[in-house]
Design a protein around this ligand. Structure first.
Ligand code: SF4
Length: 196
């Protein structure tokens, strides 16, 4: 493509930050792969730091979410704590983004959906022949209750944008994020997205 006709990268359209955009991120029933993909934007994280600050996130280890501009949610919803966390993020965030296959359609964790949860737990914690004698299904009140099925996050809260992929690539995350920061709708041309 003629360089003069090439689209301007979204990050170069960003105005100087008057107020840092506050971003929160969460991993529900996921593997942290989507967060790893976010970290894969590498040195651009330094650029990002000019425009954003982080609220609750594995990056900050804050335990509660506060009013913020953008929430990035990885993972499906598999237990009562996931529901509580997701609803708190939805209440706190102006824009909520489903990041990756698990958040969008349940992904790998949803493979348990064709099985009965009680039978699965009994099999794993009591029937496996390699278990110690007297093993039983954990029942501590601190443990979040499992839901019968793993749900995509749009079944629990309203979702504003979806970033497909397992995980979405760092390029997709960077493009969507910088477009949101520039006050634009994220545009993800087909060649840069993937559904695996
Ligand atoms: Fe992990 Fe893929 Fe799910 Fe992201 S979408 S949490 S990378 S399994």
């Amino acid at each position: 493509m003629n360089a003069a006709l090439a689209p301007t990268p979204p990050e170069t359209r960003l105005p100087p930050a008057k107020r840092k955009v506050r971003i929160a991120t969460a991993s529900l029933a996921g593997c942290f792969g989507c967060h790893m993909s976010f970290a894969d934007i590498d040195l651009r994280l330094l650029q990002l730091a000019q425009w954003v600050e982080f609220d609750r996130s594995p990056l900050t280890d804050l335990k509660t979410v506060h009013p913020c501009d953008i929430a990035l949610i990885e993972g499906g919803v598999c237990n009562a704590e996931n529901v509580e966390v997701l609803r708190a993020f939805r209440r706190a965030a102006t824009i909520l983004v489903a990041v990756g296959a698990c958040a969008i359609n349940g992904g790998l964790p949803a493979q348990r959906n064709s099985h009965d949860v009680a039978k699965l737990l009994t099999h794993v914690f009591e029937r496996d022949r390699n278990l110690a004698h007297g093993s039983h299904v954990p029942n501590d009140p601190e443990l979040p209750l499992l839901l019968a099925h793993v749900h995509p996050i749009h079944e629990i809260v309203r979702v504003d944008y979806f970033l497909p992929g397992c995980p979405p690539t760092a390029e997709v995350i960077w493009k969507a994020l910088t477009e949101l920061l520039a006050g634009e709708l994220p545009s993800l041309p087909y060649p840069i997205i993937r559904y695996d």
